[in-house]
Design a protein around this ligand. Structure first.
Ligand code: ACO
Length: 356
C-alpha cells in the first residue's frame, strides 16, 4: 500500500507524459519547449482535445471567444457576491454555477475558467467585472479582463506561454480528481470544479503566491541563504521546490524563466530570483541530502505572473484557467474508458466484539 499512491498507474492516456528523471514533459507527442511561446493556447488546446471533442480544430480561437461571452452572460450576475471571497474561492463559486447541460461543455469550461478567474480577481478587490472581447486571443482577453485595459503584445504573449506551460501534466492530484469525478458520469463541468478544489491547496497549485511572499521576506540576495536555512530549521517547506515526480529541474521552470526575462525591465528581478533559487538549492542539498529536490514550476510562475501585474492571490486561478483544458481532456478520456474509479482501503480499525 502507498499512502500517496506513488508509482501506482491509474490510467492510460495519450495526453501527456512526465519523465521525472530526464526533466521532460511531453504533450501529445511534443516536448513542452516546442509548444510554449510558439503555439497559441487555443491551438495547443485543440491539439490536446483532438479525437475527444468533435470538430475541435475548426477555428478554436472563435469558439473560445464565443464561450467566454456565453460564460460571462451566466456568471456576471454573481459578481456582487465576490468581495468576501479570495479569488480562488470566487472562481470556485462561479464555476460551480455553470449548468451541466450545455451543448458545448468543453469550450464552455475553458471560456468560463478565464472569465471566472478574471471576475474573481477583480471581485475580491471590489471591482466590477470586465466583459470579454470575443475577437481577442484567449490570453490577451484574459489579461484585459483582469486589468480592465487592453494587454500589450508582450504581456499577452507572456500569459499565453504560461497557459500552455501548465496545460497538462500527467496524473497530478487535480487531474486525478477530475478523472475520478468523470468516471462517475457526473459531467464535464463537475470534473472541472473538482479539479480546481484539488488545485487550490498549497502543496499543489496554491504555491506560487507563497513563493512571492518568500521572496518579499528574503528582500535581498545577500540575505537569501540565511533566511532559507532558518525557514528549514523551523521545519518549513521552501515553496517552489520539490516535486513528486521530478528528480531534476522541472522543465516548466526554465520555460517560464525565459518568458519572464522577455518582459520589459525585468532583469533585476530575474537576477534576484536566480540568486534565491541557487541559495535554496544549496540549503536543500545541505538539509535534505540525497532527496534530489529541485526547482518546480511555481517558482518562476510567481515571477512571471507578478511581472504581468496579476495580484498574487490570482496566481492559482490563472493556473486553473490554463489547466482546465487538461482537466477537460482527461475527463473526456476517462468517460471513454467507461469504468468508475473505485480503489480499496485496508481496514485497520477495531472489529465488533464477538457475541458471547
Ligand atoms: N522544502 C523543504 N523540504 C522539502 C520540500 C521543500 N519544498 N519538498 C520536499 N521536502 C522534503 C520533505 O520534508 C521530505 O523530507 P523527509 O523525508 O526528510 O521528511 C522529503 O523532502 C521528501 O518529501 P515528500 O513530502 O515525500 O515529497 P512529496 O512528493 O510528498 O511532495 C511536494 C511533493 C508536495 C511538491 C513537496 O515537494 C512540497 O511540499 N513542495 C513545496 C510546495 C510546492 O512548491 N508545491 C508546488 C508543487 S508543483 C505543482 O504541484 C504544480
Amino acid at each position: 500500500m502507498s499512502n500517496g499512491l506513488d508509482d501506482v498507474v491509474a490510467a492510460e492516456t495519450v495526453l501527456s507524459h512526465v519523465d521525472g528523471e530526464a526533466g521532460r514533459l511531453i504533450v501529445r507527442g511534443h516536448d513542452l519547449e516546442e509548444l510554449a511561446g510558439r503555439v497559441p493556447f487555443e491551438e495547443v488546446t485543440a491539439m490536446l482535445w483532438d479525437g475527444l471533442v468533435p470538430g475541435v480544430s475548426a477555428d478554436p480561437r472563435v469558439r473560445f471567444g464565443e464561450a467566454r461571452e456565453r460564460a460571462f452572460r451566466t456568471l456576471s450576475p454573481l459578481a456582487r457576491n465576490l468581495s468576501v471571497l479570495t479569488p480562488v474561492e470566487g472562481m470556485r463559486l462561479l464555476l460551480a454555477a455553470l449548468p451541466d447541460a450545455d451543448e458545448d461543455p468543453a469550450f464552455l469550461a475553458v471560456g468560463a475558467s478565464a472569465v471566472a478567474a478574471a471576475m474573481a480577481i477583480r471581485g475580491a478587490k471590489g471591482l466590477p467585472p470586465v466583459a470579454p472581447d470575443p475577437s481577442a486571443g484567449h490570453a490577451a482577453d484574459l489579461l484585459r479582463m483582469i486589468k480592465g485595459a487592453p494587454a500589450d503584445e508582450g504581456g499577452a504573449k507572456g500569459l499565453d506561454t504560461y497557459l500552455v506551460t501548465v496545460i497538462d501534466h500527467g496524473l497530478n492530484a487535480s487531474t486525478f480528481t477530475a478523472r475520478v469525478v468523470a468516471s462517475t458520469d457526473a459531467g464535464l463541468l463537475s470534473s472541472v470544479v473538482a479539479g480546481l478544489c484539488a488545485l487550490k491547496g498549497p502543496l499543489h497549485g496554491g504555491a506560487p503566491g507563497p513563493v512571492l511572499d518568500m521572496l518579499d521576506a528574503i528582500g535581498a540576495a545577500d540575505n537569501a541563504e540565511s533566511w532559507l536555512d532558518g525557514a528549514m530549521a523551523r521545519g518549513e517547506r521552501l515553496m517552489g521546490f520539490g516535486h513528486r515526480i521530478y528528480r531534476v529541474r522541472d522543465p516548466r521552470a526554465d520555460v517560464l524563466k525565459v518568458a519572464a526575462a522577455k518582459l520589459k525591465n525585468e532583469s533585476n528581478r530575474i537576477a534576484f530570483a536566480e540568486a534565491v533559487e541557487h541559495a535554496a538549492l544549496r540549503v536543500l542539498q545541505r538539509r535534505k541530502p540525497g532527496r534530489r529536490l529541485d526547482t518546480n514550476v511555481e517558482f518562476y510562475t510567481a515571477i512571471l505572473l507578478d511581472s504581468l501585474g496579476v495580484p498574487r492571490e490570482g496566481f492559482t486561478p490563472l493556473f486553473g484557467a490554463g489547466r482546465t483544458a487538461g482537466w477537460v481532456a482527461h475527463a473526456l478520456e476517462q468517460e471513454k474508458a467507461g469504468r468508475i474509479i473505485r480503489p480499496q482501503s485496508r481496514y485497520v480499525g477495531p472489529w465488533p466484539a464477538q457475541a458471547a
